[in-house]
Design a protein around this ligand. Structure first.
Ligand SMILES: NC(=O)c1ccc[n+]([C@@H]2O[C@H](COP(=O)([O-])OP(=O)(O)OC[C@H]3O[C@@H](n4cnc5c(N)ncnc54)[C@H](OP(=O)(O)O)[C@@H]3O)[C@@H](O)[C@H]2O)c1
Length: 282
């Protein structure tokens, strides 16, 4: 397959290049393709006639989005629309990635694909609109909702909290529960779905569930960091954007696609960091 990956220097963009390495790839970072520009997308597809576009580009600043909604929408909504359209014009399929933050967190059970989204934040709305643009703009779409990404590459909660833990004790929110997801596990699962031509909406996140506090404790244990982790309430850590209290994702799609348990992701992440220890700069 010929595959164009957008946002290729992000966490998922990098992992997808590894997971899809047996295919013919064009990895485009923001300089090579700004997804806000429809003509740029068209012209890149004229040069590289992809069968698939995988959109790993996104505006991910959840709190900043509250004060700059246009910036979030330009990438997460209009950008998705541009890629859906450019791909559809060339009969290519689109993989688009979305988030657990499309849900309000009021459910008493994990969210499946048929549950009604109701975002609490500008970021969540911009991602939900992006899903809708991707689906409306291209009949050949695969939309993957995921959550709480962490990997040795890029910026994420896991690396930030480890960096803080190396300096001293930390306080971490314990009343938001979700699915920590190790990015290489997600990339492998997306590659598997593409290779079997899957379409429609899928929830793909690390199996099990955890609060940010439990996630941090497990990271510290695995990395043998002795600092203390203290649980706090969201109200003790005010943030501009409201987050869902419970955004655990499950999938009702058949055949079932399950990612490894998030704790397995933490172990793989710790091994990856140890392998590149001299380069670990949280
Ligand atoms: N991170 C999470 O915890 C999380 C949770 C749920 C869902 N997701 C979703 O998962 C997907 C992958 O996330 P990630 O964590 O891999 O993101 P990431 O590491 O923040 O990478 C996003 C990439 O998109 C690029 N980008 C931003 N604006 C662009 C534009 N206009 N045109 C082209 N590229 C642009 C960024 O480039 P620059 O670095 O040059 O800005 C960056 O390389 C996203 O759809 C995200 O919304 C993420």
């Amino acid at each position: 397959m010929k595959i164009l990956i957008t946002g290729s220097s992000g966490q998922l963009g990098q992992a997808l290049q590894k997971a899809l390495r047996h295919h013919e790839l064009f990895a485009a970072d923001r300089r090579e393709l700004d997804i806000r520009n429809l003509d740029a997308a068209r012209s890149l597809l004229d040069r590289f006639s992809a069968d698939w576009i995988v959109n790993a580009a996104a505006y991910n600043f959840v709190d900043r989005a509250e004060s700059e909604p246009e910036a979030a929408e330009a990438v997460n909504s209009s950008g998705a629309a541009n890629l859906a359209r450019a791909a559809a014009e060339r009969k290519a399929a689109l993989v688009h990635v979305s988030t657990d933050y499309v849900f309000d967190g009021l459910s008493a059970r994990p969210y499946v694909e048929s549950d009604e989204p109701h975002p609490l934040s500008v970021y969540g709305w911009s991602k939900l609109k992006g899903e809708r643009e991707a689906a409306a703009g291209n009949p050949r779409h695969l939309i993957v909702r995921t959550a709480w990404l962490f990997s040795a590459a890029g910026h994420n909660f896991a690396k930030t909290i480890l960096g803080l833990g190396l300096k001293g004790d930390v306080r971490v929110v314990s009343d938001q529960v979700g699915c920590p997801t190790y990015v290489p596990h997600l990339a492998e699962a997306i590659a598997g779905l593409m290779e079997r031509g899957a379409q429609g909406l899928y929830h793909l996140a690390g199996s099990g569930q955890a609060s940010w506090y439990e996630f941090a404790r497990t990271l510290f244990e695995e990395m043998e960091i002795p600092s203390k982790v203290t649980p706090i309430a969201s109200s003790d850590y005010p943030q501009a954007a409201k987050r869902p209290k419970f955004s655990v994702l499950a999938s009702a799609r058949q055949p079932e696609v399950r990612l490894p348990a998030w704790q397995e992701g933490v172990r793989a992440f710790a091994r990856e960091l140890q392998d590149r220890k001299e380069r670990f700069q949280p």
